[in-house]
Design a protein around this ligand. Structure first.
Ligand code: ADE
Length: 244
């Protein structure tokens, strides 16, 4: 899977992909991350990439020509690359969208700065607009990193086993159950007995119950779209009745 990041600040991307899982994925050739400096595509000798908004108002707007030329260069290599503009006005990112994006082989990620991009960039060159949450970042760069991280971990081979991604919170629309590791006792806080029992069936049941409990307590709205078995529904009823 390939990511081309269009940004005015390529240096921001130097360290996030040099550590841990993503660094290994790049080394193995499972993902490829390239940064493209939009400024290199400016038309004038001062390499101007922004200008005052028509109609007046605060701030600067990113000009259409440098962005158009940068996207067109990538598209010349691969016409089917999918262009995503990171903006708080985009669709809120969730695991479903991440899964869809992970099925594409080449994403162009456009990072805005200032007061955003000239509207014609969006009309002519952008396939999809994505927001990572209802707050405003100083630019799209951090959002692009979030997107690359979340999409990459769904690329086959990037995580240790494909199973780890399937067990994630949100895959089945439930939050994850609590996890413990050694020691079994820490400052009088014990690991739940059942996890030490070796009884795999009992452990599975306990985990399902804890997932349901946690989801109900923290994110009850997720239960509406979760796929629940008849047994899940019974467990949930008990949890709700006991209110814990
Ligand atoms: N750029 C600025 N804020 C953003 C957000 N919340 N999501 C995506 N891109 C952004």
């Amino acid at each position: 899977m390939r990511f081309d990041i269009l940004t005015l600040f390529p240096e921001m991307f130097s360290s996030p992909f040099q550590e841990s899982i993503l660094a290994k994925a790049i080394e193995k050739g499972l993902i490829e991350v390239r940064t493209i400096n939009i400024r290199d595509f400016a038309l004038d000798k001062h390499q101007v990439v922004d200008d005052a908004p028509y109609g007046g108002g605060q701030g600067m707007v990113m000009k259409v020509e440098p962005i158009a030329r940068a996207i067109e260069q990538v598209k010349m290599e691969n016409p089917s690359a999918w262009t995503v503009y990171l903006t708080p006005e985009g669709k809120p990112l969730n695991q479903e969208i991440i899964k869809e994006l992970s099925s594409r082989s080449h994403l162009i990620l456009l990072c805005g700065r200032y007061e955003g991009v000239d509207e014609r960039v969006r009309q002519l060159f952008v396939d999809e607009e994505i927001s990572i949450g209802d707050y405003v970042l100083t630019g799209g760069e951090l959002a692009a990193m979030v997107l690359i991280d979340t999409v990459s971990r769904l690329v086959p081979g990037v995580l240790g086993s494909d199973k780890s991604a399937e067990e994630d919170s949100f895959f089945g629309s439930l939050l994850e159950y609590p996890q413990y590791t050694r020691p079994a006792s820490f400052r009088n806080h014990e690991v739940p007995e059942v996890l030490l029992s070796g009884n795999h069936q009992a452990i599975s049941l306990w985990r399902r119950e804890e997932s349901l409990r946690r989801t109900w307590l923290r994110r009850p709205e997720l239960l509406n779209k979760a796929s629940l078995s008849e047994e899940d529904k019974k467990i949930l009823e008990e949890i709700i009745q006991n209110k814990s």
